[in-house]
Design a protein around this ligand. Structure first.
Ligand SMILES: Nc1nc2c(ncn2[C@@H]2O[C@H](COP(=O)(O)OP(=O)(O)O)[C@@H](O)[C@H]2O)c(=O)[nH]1
Ligand SMILES: [Mg+2]
Length: 633
């Protein structure tokens, strides 16, 4: 089976990177630039090298005349190994050092040092340059890398280089294909008849034609029409591959380099990141709190300021936790590597690893903050997940947690199961989403509900309970309605609340009238009973109960029945009226309004609404100006 690895080039300008790629692959990446501008080639600076072990090394070589470091930063994130080029005639130059610093900060783990232009120097000189390079590499991630002298002109050393590449390629590990799609966009262009094409190195997930993906942070959505991997049309692209995506529904002007093509909803763009920062030994000066810097993540460059969480200033060589407050939103994930460059003059000053994405603004000089960040940075995956769970303030999904803790969703699910078995959290699976509720959050919610119900019962002692929708909008508006209902059911089962229809009450609560309220009700009842078929109209009725709440309570008990907008009758009066009417109808078959009025000893004003009420209750039916028993058809 063929496998792909991505090889980057780095090194001082004019040291022979492009010439080397051409000597290895036959592709002139500088010429590709023109072809790409004319719409002939999709891949800018991309040259495939077929290694005979079935491995295709895609060499990414950015054109020399572009702003190299920015381009290198854009490419280096997805690079499996780097060809670190030093011209034998010039030796180590300023950009040689800066590129090495960047590779180191980005944790590029594998590299081959290529000493080019050996045809221009003698053996003694070559020996000196080799030593110079070895000492430069000492203490970096590339220390001990093979150093191979070549001449791209005579071809000397190229075979050794191919052999070294093949050996190293065999040790490259494939990236996980699961997880959300995340493709940092490094190039955008149109191809006539095709539309918009985006390229980048897929850092997680896989893409197929037909997928709908979102360009973040702009959140412009488009559908994948077709895909190329390393210049060849394909039906599926995986993490770790160079991908060109042809998107329908997106205009070139809507996309910017540095944005990210992602699974919709998988990432939230943020302005704040918390990070572990290493300041380069060769940084030109102290890094001060709130200093404005250029922040590079993937193909993105954003301006921002640094909040030094445990220092006022950082000397060269220092390691520290910082918060980066960015001037524009970025898409990031925990464990991402980044680089920081000075605002002006533009030089690389440091870089590090993202520890938190978004989240709180931390207070400076707090031991507990720094300790927690340290645990997140260096703790086991399980410890990191626990750390994240400690600060959540609402239900979270395994997907949220995988982004926050920098784990795969499978790892997250496994850990959650363990914690669930240990009783440390609650899991609710509703439809195809799982919600995690920590024990602490559950306790806090139960407490909040208890307080809310107590307060409600105190303020509305005549109401049987808190309408559950009101409680939801007050305390639980941010959680999915289905989860809310599951929680209510759990609390009812645990006898923490009593759930009756649409209302919630504290266990043991029941409406209790004060002696005075009982007296008021009694007086109202006497009044109503004294004129059963001619009740007071609504305004007067209300005033009988004095307190509107008491009136509501009385209605709730169904002792009063609303007959129309104006009149409420006692339940017992309605029953009595119906009994009298029933007897009349049994004897006479029909009843007129006048007959009913006389029967009940009342006036038409009360009698008519009452008869209409019986019509509506399907006890009677109208036949012209008479009424008879209702007969179901
Ligand atoms: N003599 C000699 N010249 C070389 C060699 N490699 C590159 N060059 C020349 O050095 C110059 C810069 O090379 P290029 O590949 O464009 O450098 P890049 O900026 O690192 O991509 C060109 O004029 C090349 O022809 C080599 O091995 N030997
Ligand atoms: Mg070049």
């Amino acid at each position: 089976m063929e496998s792909f690895i991505i090889v980057g080039t780095a090194g001082h300008v004019d040291h022979g990177k492009t010439q080397l790629v051409k000597a290895l692959t036959g592709v002139d990446t500088d010429r590709l630039k023109e072809e790409q501008e004319r719409g002939i080639s999709i891949e800018l600076g991309f040259a495939p090298l077929y290694l005979d072990s079935g491995v295709v090394a895609g060499i990414v070589d950015v054109p020399g005349h572009e702003r190299f470091v920015k381009n290198m930063l854009a490419g280096a994130g997805g690079v499996d190994l780097v060809l670190f080029v030093v011209a034998a005639d010039e030796g180590v130059m300023p950009q040689t050092r800066e590129h090495l610093d960047i590779l180191n900060l980005l944790h590029v783990q594998k590299g081959i040092v290529v000493l080019t232009k050996t045809d221009l120097v003698d053996q003694d000189w070559l020996q000196l340059v080799q030593e110079e390079v070895r000492s430069l590499l000492a203490g970096t991630r590339l220390a001990g890398s093979p150093v191979i002298p070549v001449s791209s002109i005579t071809g000397e050393g190229l075979d050794q280089l191919r052999t070294a590449l093949k050996q190293m390629a065999a040790t490259v590990q494939s990236k996980p294909r699961t997880g959300p799609v995340r493709l940092p966009i490094d190039r955008i262009f149109t191809i006539t008849g095709f539309g918009t094409v985006l390229t980048g190195t897929l850092s997680s997930g896989s893409i197929r034609p037909g997928d709908v993906l979102s360009i973040m942070p702009a959140e412009v959505q488009g559908r994948v029409r077709s895909l190329q991997v390393h210049g060849v049309k394909t039906e599926e692209a995986h993490a770790g591959q160079r991908v060109a995506v042809n998107l329908v529904g997106v205009e070139v002007g809507e996309v910017e380099r540095g944005e990210v093509l992602a699974t919709p909803g998988a990432f939230t763009p943020v302005h704040r990141l918390t990070a572990w920062l290493h300041v380069l030994q060769g940084a030109p000066r102290l890094l001060k709190n709130w200093q404005r810097v250029r922040f590079h993540l993937g193909a993105k460059e954003a301006l921002g300021r640094l909040r030094l969480l445990g220092h006022d200033e950082l000397p060269p060589g220092a390691d520290a936790f910082v918060q980066v407050e960015l001037e524009e939103p970025v898409v990031a994930a925990v464990h991402d590597r980044f680089v920081i460059r000075q605002y002006s003059p533009v030089t690389t000053v440091g870089g590090g690893e993202i520890v938190e994405v978004g989240g709180l603004r931390h207070r400076r000089f707090r031991a507990e903050v720094l300790e927690r960040l340290e645990r997140k940075l260096s703790g086991s995956p399980f410890a990191r997940l626990k750390e994240e769970l400690q600060v959540v303030r609402g239900p979270v999904t395994p997907g949220d947690l995988s982004v926050k803790a920098g784990l795969t969703t499978d790892e997250v699910r496994r850990f959650l199961e363990e914690m669930h078995e240990a009783g440390d959290l609650f899991l609710y699976t509703l439809g195809n989403e799982t919600y995690v509720v920590t024990a602490a959050l559950m306790a806090a919610w139960e407490q909040a509900v208890e307080v809310a119900l107590e307060q409600y019962h105190r303020q509305s002692p005549l109401r049987s309970g808190y309408p559950k929708e009101e409680l939801r909008s007050r305390i639980f508006s941010a959680i999915p309605p289905r989860l809310y209902q599951s929680l209510l059911d759990k609390w009812a089962a645990d006898r923490k609340v009593v759930l009756t229809g649409q209302t919630l009450a504290r266990p043991g609560f029941s409406v209790k009238l004060t002696p005075q309220q009982q007296e008021t009700c009694q007086e109202a009842l006497v009044t109503l009973q004294s004129q059963p078929f001619a009740p007071p109209a609504i305004e007067e009725l209300r005033s009988l109960f004095k307190d509107p709440e008491l009136f509501q309570y009385y209605l709730q008990q169904e002792s009063l029945v609303k007959v129309d907008e104006e009149f409420y009758f006692l339940r017992e009066s309605i029953d009595r009226a119906w009994q009298l009417l029933q007897e009349f109808l049994v004897r006479n078959g029909t009843v007129t309004v006048a007959e009913a009025r006389d029967l009940l000893g009342t006036s038409r004003r009360y009698c008519l609404p009452l008869l209409e009420f019986f019509d509506q209750s399907r006890k009677t039916r109208r036949l012209g100006d008479k009424r008879a028993f209702f007969q179901p058809k």
